[in-house]
Design a protein around this ligand. Sequence first.
Ligand code: FAD
Length: 231
Amino acid sequence: MTKVICTVDKIQPLTSGVHQVLLTPQQEVQFKAGQYLQLCITDQDKRPFSVASIPGQQQLELQIGGAVADQYSGQALAHLQSNDTVTVEVGLGQAFWREDSHNPILLLAGGTGFSYVYSIAQAIAAAGVKRPVFLYWGVRHEEALYHMPELQQWASAHHDYRLVPVVQSPSDNWQGRSGLVHQAVLEDFVSLEAYDIYIAGPFPMVGVVRDAFLEQGAKREQMFADAFAYI
Ligand SMILES: Cc1cc2nc3c(=O)[nH]c(=O)nc-3n(C[C@H](O)[C@H](O)[C@H](O)COP(=O)(O)OP(=O)(O)OC[C@H]3O[C@@H](n4cnc5c(N)ncnc54)[C@H](O)[C@@H]3O)c2cc1C
């Protein structure tokens, strides 16, 4: 873990509820795709956020918000908006991408849990991984989907990469999958035994997913989520 001061370069809305934050660390930082950082609001008040960017990129990207505007993200954003520099602790978490594994990969995000799987998806593309990769992203409304051009480019870069957005309460115009994101996975996979599964999203979702996926054959030691430590 590295504690570092970062310059706040940019804060801009990605959707009506989610902001993209770009930070430049004032010294080199080490982290792995899928790890998180803690924004130090005070010495005692530290809030975890997944790093959406990958090692080697100059800026650290965060995606902060969610469907329910809460104090957790609102106070963090207010701190970022009112300071030119902030202190963060980078390189935290055990749910990072297992680059050496040869298993097919399932990435599952609920809401802003997307930040976590986006980092892993970019790392997979950068490493030229030639294994089946499925990225399922669940949101409440289709307006909550962002970075779609980048994701579609990611999916078209290799025929083994598949992108499945799943909208819980879609409008009449939505032509994709609907319902809860993990239900879409359960419908699509007879067994999850072979897969390395990376999960991020609201804590209640992660608990439901863990139990349902274990029932569908997933191996516990091949399931990764930092939320497991909190639930
Ligand atoms: C290590 C760590 C990192 C974090 N990183 C971030 C971050 O980068 N950004 C951030 O804003 N917050 C982060 N958080 C806080 C928290 O995880 C988010 O606030 C949360 O993921 C926000 O979800 P949402 O409101 O976007 O999802 P929602 O809009 O509530 O849900 C999105 C989808 O998830 C599924 N879902 C939701 N609830 C359930 C359920 N009960 N059962 C089944 N499916 C469900 C549905 O498909 C739903 O459409 C982090 C927390 C930790 C511990």
